[in-house]
Write a protein that binds this ligand. Structure first.
Ligand code: XIL
Length: 292
């Protein structure tokens, strides 16, 4: 039998991935069986355990166990792993703010209008924190692809333009930057129509792109109509990535509604993923396959 990752790879993409965490993999065997099936997922992202509040909750006391366990789990299954994320204004340990120590790719640097977000990094260092983080990341791991990642940069618009301008400037300044991560936290029936044009403007900068956190949420309750629209929406996103060679892969932000972050954050919304609460495939699953 074939799966999402098999289909993606057969079309020249590098992977389909999912966000996950060890505590779920250890506790839920049917869930783990799908997450570890390389036919479905060729890459995993740590949903939380590689964030700064997890790795250095107390200053100077590092805990890599959660991330390391996921790395080992991925290796055991022959899967790739995406590191996520350190330089982000959110999920910071409470001691941060006294000074900044940054060494990894940058998450959510922009406001929706394309201005820079006033994070602890920006207010302390200005935009220089981005180049500093990228240089440090390259020095730490010369082989890793270095990305800047953000949401609401799926279609054309002010925020996408700001990202393109930032990456163009970084390249002009010889700052190491390999990719733009498009998170892809989208809404059923409201997926932008100009995804491909936007992906192409990013690719024209000479970087690769990836959809890093795809989910397409709906207002609950679930109906057959909304599931059909969601299938079309997943297909649309996948087709846009498939049409642009620089788009190397797609990660869903968890694969099952059972463990999605959406209901906890967006009031009355959910059912955003290709597998449902009972680990059954939804129409969205077929939408992904048809998008390739
Ligand atoms: C979310 C996780 O899914 C939640 O479990 C956690 O409580 C908050 O963070 N953009 C990102 C992700 O880059 O790291 C976020 O993940 C979702 C928004």
């Amino acid at each position: 039998a074939t799966g999402l990752n098999d289909v993606a790879v057969s079309k020249g993409k590098l992977y389909i991935g999912t966000a996950t965490e060890m505590y779920k993999l250890n506790a839920d065997a049917p869930y783990a069986a799908i997450a570890s099936d390389i036919k479905e997922f060729g890459m995993i992202t740590a949903e939380n355990s590689m964030k700064w509040d997890a790795t250095e909750r107390t200053q100077g006391v590092w805990t890599f166990t959660g991330g390391d366990n996921l790395v080992n789990w991925a290796i055991a299954n022959g899967q790739k792993l995406r590191g996520h994320t350190t330089v982000w204004h959110s999920q910071l340990p409470s001691w941060v703010g006294k000074y900044v120590h940054s060494w990894d790719v940058v998450n959510e640097p922009f406001n929706d209008d394309g201005t820079f977000r006033s994070s602890v990094f920006y207010t302390t260092l200005g935009t220089s924190y981005i180049a500093t983080a990228l240089h440090a990341a390259r020095a730490a791991d010369p082989d890793a692809k270095l990305y800047i990642n953000d949401y609401n940069i799926d279609g054309l618009g002010a925020k996408s333009t700001a990202m393109a301008n930032l990456v163009a400037q970084l390249k002009a300044d010889n700052v190491p930057i390999d990719g733009i991560g498009i998170q892809g936290h989208l809404i059923v029936g409201a997926v932008p129509n100009n995804l491909q044009a936007n992906f192409e403007q990013f690719a024209a900068l000479g970087v690769e792109i990836a959809i890093t956190e795809l989910d397409i949420r709906m207002t609950l309750p679930v109906t057959p109509e909304k599931l059909a629209q969601q299938k079309a929406d997943y297909k649309k996103v996948v087709a846009a990535c498939n049409a642009v060679p620089a788009c190397v892969g797609i990660t869903v932000w968890e694969y099952t509604d059972k463990y999605s972050w959406v209901p906890g954050v967006f009031t009355s919304q959910g059912a955003a993923l290709p597998w449902d609460d009972n680990l059954a495939k939804k129409p969205a699953y077929d939408g992904i396959v048809e998008g390739f």
